[in-house]
Design a protein around this ligand. Structure first.
Ligand code: DGP
Length: 112
Protein backbone atom coordinates (compact mmCIF):
# COMPACT_ATOMS: atom_id res chain seq x y z
CA UNK A 1 0.00 0.00 0.00
CA UNK A 2 1.29 3.42 -0.99
CA UNK A 3 -0.39 6.29 0.85
CA UNK A 4 -0.81 8.64 -2.09
CA UNK A 5 -1.87 6.03 -4.67
CA UNK A 6 -5.49 6.19 -5.88
CA UNK A 7 -5.64 2.50 -6.83
CA UNK A 8 -4.13 1.41 -3.50
CA UNK A 9 -6.99 3.37 -1.89
CA UNK A 10 -9.50 1.51 -4.08
CA UNK A 11 -7.96 -1.84 -3.06
CA UNK A 12 -8.20 -0.79 0.60
CA UNK A 13 -11.84 0.27 0.16
CA UNK A 14 -11.06 3.88 1.11
CA UNK A 15 -12.19 5.14 -2.32
CA UNK A 16 -15.47 3.71 -3.64
CA UNK A 17 -15.49 1.82 -6.94
CA UNK A 18 -17.79 -0.45 -8.90
CA UNK A 19 -15.99 -3.73 -8.22
CA UNK A 20 -16.96 -6.57 -10.57
CA UNK A 21 -14.61 -9.33 -9.35
CA UNK A 22 -11.85 -10.01 -6.85
CA UNK A 23 -9.23 -12.67 -6.27
CA UNK A 24 -6.50 -13.13 -3.67
CA UNK A 25 -4.13 -11.04 -5.78
CA UNK A 26 -6.27 -8.80 -8.00
CA UNK A 27 -9.29 -6.50 -8.05
CA UNK A 28 -11.42 -5.65 -11.10
CA UNK A 29 -13.62 -2.55 -11.21
CA UNK A 30 -15.32 -0.42 -13.85
CA UNK A 31 -13.36 2.49 -15.31
CA UNK A 32 -14.86 5.84 -14.28
CA UNK A 33 -14.45 7.08 -17.88
CA UNK A 34 -15.47 4.08 -20.02
CA UNK A 35 -14.20 3.88 -23.60
CA UNK A 36 -16.25 0.80 -24.53
CA UNK A 37 -19.47 -0.89 -23.33
CA UNK A 38 -17.23 -3.06 -21.16
CA UNK A 39 -14.28 -1.13 -19.73
CA UNK A 40 -12.91 -2.78 -16.62
CA UNK A 41 -9.60 -2.11 -14.89
CA UNK A 42 -7.83 -5.11 -13.38
CA UNK A 43 -5.19 -4.23 -10.81
CA UNK A 44 -2.92 -6.14 -8.44
CA UNK A 45 -3.49 -5.68 -4.73
CA UNK A 46 0.21 -4.96 -4.29
CA UNK A 47 1.58 -1.64 -5.46
CA UNK A 48 3.80 -1.88 -8.53
CA UNK A 49 3.94 0.93 -11.09
CA UNK A 50 3.55 -1.14 -14.25
CA UNK A 51 3.16 -4.65 -15.63
CA UNK A 52 6.89 -5.24 -16.13
CA UNK A 53 7.66 -4.34 -12.52
CA UNK A 54 4.82 -6.55 -11.35
CA UNK A 55 6.07 -9.50 -13.41
CA UNK A 56 9.57 -9.12 -11.95
CA UNK A 57 8.43 -8.76 -8.35
CA UNK A 58 5.21 -10.77 -8.17
CA UNK A 59 4.87 -13.44 -10.87
CA UNK A 60 1.99 -15.17 -9.11
CA UNK A 61 0.02 -11.92 -8.89
CA UNK A 62 0.77 -11.25 -12.56
CA UNK A 63 -0.71 -14.57 -13.64
CA UNK A 64 -3.70 -14.03 -11.37
CA UNK A 65 -4.31 -10.58 -12.88
CA UNK A 66 -4.17 -11.98 -16.42
CA UNK A 67 -6.52 -14.83 -15.57
CA UNK A 68 -9.00 -12.42 -14.02
CA UNK A 69 -8.79 -10.18 -17.10
CA UNK A 70 -9.60 -13.15 -19.31
CA UNK A 71 -12.57 -14.13 -17.16
CA UNK A 72 -14.00 -10.62 -17.45
CA UNK A 73 -13.37 -10.58 -21.20
CA UNK A 74 -15.02 -13.99 -21.61
CA UNK A 75 -18.07 -12.71 -19.72
CA UNK A 76 -18.18 -9.79 -22.17
CA UNK A 77 -18.20 -12.09 -25.19
CA UNK A 78 -14.59 -13.13 -25.62
CA UNK A 79 -13.49 -10.50 -28.15
CA UNK A 80 -11.53 -7.84 -26.37
CA UNK A 81 -8.44 -5.70 -26.08
CA UNK A 82 -6.11 -5.82 -23.10
CA UNK A 83 -4.14 -2.57 -22.69
CA UNK A 84 -1.34 -1.66 -20.32
CA UNK A 85 -0.54 2.01 -20.88
CA UNK A 86 3.03 2.20 -19.59
CA UNK A 87 4.69 5.58 -19.13
CA UNK A 88 3.31 9.10 -19.32
CA UNK A 89 3.85 9.35 -23.10
CA UNK A 90 1.69 6.24 -23.49
CA UNK A 91 -1.08 8.01 -21.54
CA UNK A 92 -0.50 6.19 -18.25
CA UNK A 93 -2.04 8.51 -15.65
CA UNK A 94 -2.24 6.24 -12.61
CA UNK A 95 1.09 4.70 -11.70
CA UNK A 96 -0.27 1.55 -10.10
CA UNK A 97 -0.22 -1.32 -12.60
CA UNK A 98 -3.57 -1.79 -14.33
CA UNK A 99 -4.94 -3.67 -17.30
CA UNK A 100 -7.74 -2.06 -19.27
CA UNK A 101 -10.18 -4.73 -20.49
CA UNK A 102 -12.08 -3.19 -23.41
CA UNK A 103 -14.91 -5.09 -25.06
CA UNK A 104 -18.41 -4.78 -26.47
CA UNK A 105 -17.67 -2.81 -29.62
CA UNK A 106 -15.46 -3.02 -32.69
CA UNK A 107 -11.96 -1.93 -31.70
CA UNK A 108 -9.92 -0.10 -34.33
CA UNK A 109 -6.23 -0.64 -35.08
CA UNK A 110 -3.75 0.99 -34.69
CA UNK A 111 -4.98 2.34 -31.36
CA UNK A 112 -3.27 5.76 -31.74
P1 DGP B 1 -4.32 5.10 -17.56
O1 DGP B 1 -4.55 6.36 -18.30
O2 DGP B 1 -3.90 3.94 -18.46
O3 DGP B 1 -3.36 5.30 -16.40
O4 DGP B 1 -5.73 4.66 -16.98
C1 DGP B 1 -6.23 5.12 -15.77
C2 DGP B 1 -7.72 4.92 -15.80
O5 DGP B 1 -8.20 5.04 -14.50
C3 DGP B 1 -8.49 5.93 -16.66
O6 DGP B 1 -9.10 5.25 -17.76
C4 DGP B 1 -9.54 6.50 -15.74
C5 DGP B 1 -9.51 5.57 -14.55
N1 DGP B 1 -9.75 6.21 -13.29
C6 DGP B 1 -9.12 7.31 -12.79
N2 DGP B 1 -9.57 7.62 -11.58
C7 DGP B 1 -10.52 6.68 -11.28
C8 DGP B 1 -11.36 6.45 -10.14
O7 DGP B 1 -11.32 7.15 -9.13
N3 DGP B 1 -12.21 5.39 -10.22
C9 DGP B 1 -12.27 4.58 -11.31
N4 DGP B 1 -13.15 3.57 -11.29
N5 DGP B 1 -11.48 4.75 -12.39
C10 DGP B 1 -10.63 5.80 -12.37
Amino acid sequence: MTDDCLFCSIVAGDVPSDIVAETDHAVAFRDVNPQAPTHVLVIPRVHQPDIGSLAEAEPEATIDLLRLARTIADDAGGTYRLVFNTGADAQQSVFHCHAHVLAGRTLGWPPG
